[in-house]
Design a protein around this ligand. Sequence first.
Ligand code: SF4
Ligand code: SF4
Length: 188
Amino acid sequence: MALPGKGLIDGLKVTAKTLSRRAVTEQYPDVQPELPPRSRGVIALLEENCTSCMLCARECPSWCIYIDSHTETAPSVGEQARERSRNVLDRFAIDFSLCMYCGICIEACPFDALFWSPEFEYAETDIRNLTHEKDRLRDWMWTVPAPQPIDPGPSVIEAPAVEGPAAGAAPSDGAPRAGEGPESGGGE
Ligand code: SF4
Ligand code: SF4
């Protein structure tokens, strides 16, 4: 039979233990959190690098990147040269209400036009405002941190010194190595 008041004593023990521990609560928004490097907050677009190739939109598993573009023809530069055509970006938008922050678009972009920014304060009361058009995506570029230094590679592990004949070398007395005897062949 449980002692009367045991539950109360157990509860007070838990309270006393918790009181002696350091609080881990973040005082956000009064104090900004210290985010780890390479935090995935929002995607920034460097519009100048974008060629409207559509690779990011095709690879996005959520289908939340919208791109419109048209082709312009530039005049030839010489008498023999042909006219040149280039893509002009009309619309680039990301719907962050659908985005799952996988980063595939950033990895897939061959022209370094997409970057992670650690900014995360863009909550909206209207879900439609979570679709960021290219001007807003371009503005996020100002919050992209400098690239992190390259991780040092693994340390080189020294192979232990081999004593005696090198591994795999034939013994000097001409005797067959293990597994080379006639009995180790095809089993005939
Ligand atoms: S992070 Fe992933 S889900 Fe979000 S836009 Fe890029 S590819 Fe799509
Ligand atoms: S993959 Fe890069 S260059 Fe191509 S449309 Fe997307 S952002 Fe622009």
